[in-house]
Design a protein around this ligand. Structure first.
Ligand code: 5RP
Length: 228
């Protein structure tokens, strides 16, 4: 028996796989919504007799795709993807995203930047007027992370090392993540630019002007918001 949250993830995943067509190269993000969607995608490919190739954004997503027999590819073979399907931690009214709660923001952003369309799956609770309720994940180099945290604090954040100082969480890229509470982020592009200007910052979880379509689940129903 699925919980309400799991059912919402299942339904939004079912809606997302309908965008996957024969011959596509598809990026798959990371996180619990994507995890649930991978099995649904495998069933969709089988049922519709569709052949695709997938670029996964995390080692975990890669393992899941392999488990369900979904063919993989990478950037040594493809330059452009037709579609990227991913989750998000927050979506604002301008379709700007805050991502990285699952720790895969760098690879997700690389794949999304190579995709013609970025399709985001969320439940209603992730829609916000302004980004910033969820602490912003910032991927950083482990070397000198304490200094990078201080620099982020000088820019107004309250940075916390993910996993704790004794055993920081290590990303698939062998980096750390600082979860940074900035309060409201009215101008995501400007904050992103400021953070990227710091030595030691690899990437931020702000995905600005990348999304075309957001699928939103609520009470087991899915609605679609598309950017004009
Ligand atoms: O950005 C992400 C991973 O880096 C995830 O897409 C985001 O954290 C949402 O995850 P979930 O589907 O578990 O709520």
């Amino acid at each position: 028996m699925l919980t309400e949250a799991e059912n919402n993830k299942k339904k939004v995943g079912e809606a997302a796989v309908a965008y996957v067509k024969d011959g596509m190269t598809v990026g798959l993000g990371a996180g619990s919504t994507v995890n649930m969607m991978v099995e649904t995608l495998a069933k969709h490919l089988h049922k519709e007799n569709i052949q695709i190739h997938v670029v996964p954004a995390s080692i975990h997503t890669e393992r899941l795709a392999k488990k369900f027999g979904i063919p993989l590819t990478d950037f040594s073979e493809v330059e452009q993807l037709d579609l990227m399907i991913d989750g998000a931690d927050e979506v604002d009214q301008q379709f700007q995203l805050l991502k990285g709660g699952g720790g895969s923001l760098v690879r997700e952003k690389i794949i999304a930047s190579a995709a013609q369309e970025l399709l985001i799956m969320v439940d209603e609770s992730k829609l916000v007027a302004t980004l910033g309720r969820f602490p912003l994940p910032v991927e950083i180099l482990p070397f000198g992370w304490e200094l990078t945290a201080k620099k982020l604090a000088e820019l107004g954040a309250k940075p916390k090392i993910r996993g704790g100082e004794d055993k920081p969480f290590v990303t698939d890229n062998q980096h750390y993540i600082l979860d940074c509470s900035f309060g409201e982020i009215p101008n995501p592009q400007s904050l992103h630019n400021q953070l990227k200007g710091l030595v030691g910052v690899v990437e931020t979880g702000l995905f600005v002007d990348m999304v075309s379509t957001v699928l939103i689940s609520s009470d087991g129903e899915v609605s679609t918001l598309s950017k004009k």
